[in-house]
Design a protein around this ligand. Structure first.
Ligand SMILES: [Zn+2]
Length: 170
């Protein structure tokens, strides 16, 4: 597996002077370190994960956003066991997103498996530019994704103000 810290550090739950320096100067975050160690420990017993690339991890108020390669995300989405094993390693909810993606893809990943119909820029009556995402279907109390958390993550990760609307408003 590839990690934001060295493979040796991840596997041994330590930080070499170089990686420690990168944490201190802010190039790496504590979430990068924690996620690398967590994934390395699962990789020891889960062969599929061993080929993965973790680009980075960002933590926003207990939400762990894992930036992975596209193929890795697809593999995790196809395996409930792998997803559970991954989630168990974190204190808060994990969100899987593709590294280096567009705003739209980022929002789509946070809403997976719900489909996003459109993502558009809109102007609010008081002249503030917002991004409106329209989610397919309608909201029910059983809707599995906390939309408030999505708004919060998108704001913090991409500095984007989004408004979420459901296709069927009734
Ligand atoms: Zn290192």
């Amino acid at each position: 597996m590839k990690f934001p810290i060295c493979g040796f550090d991840a596997k041994n739950s330590v930080l070499c002077p170089q990686c420690e320096g990168r944490v201190n100067d802010g190039t790496l975050t504590q979430a990068d370190v924690d996620a690398s160690i967590a994934l390395a420990s699962i990789a020891k017993t889960t062969n599929e994960i061993d080929g993965f690339t973790l680009h980075s991890c960002k933590e926003f108020d207990g939400n762990y956003v894992l930036y992975l390669a596209k193929n890795d995300i697809q593999a995790i989405r196809q395996s409930r066991t792998m997803y559970k094993r991954l989630q168990e390693q974190f204190k808060g909810k994990i969100w899987l997103v593709e590294a280096g993606e567009t705003d739209r893809r980022f929002i789509e990943d946070l809403f997976f498996p719900t489909r996003i119909l459109s993502v558009n820029s809109v102007w609010t009556p008081d002249e503030v530019r917002k991004t409106k995402a329209v989610v397919s279907g309608k909201w029910t109390p059983r809707f599995p994704i906390d939309t408030k958390k999505v708004v919060f993550i998108v704001k913090n990760a991409r500095n984007l103000d989004i408004e979420i609307e459901f296709e069927d408003k009734r």
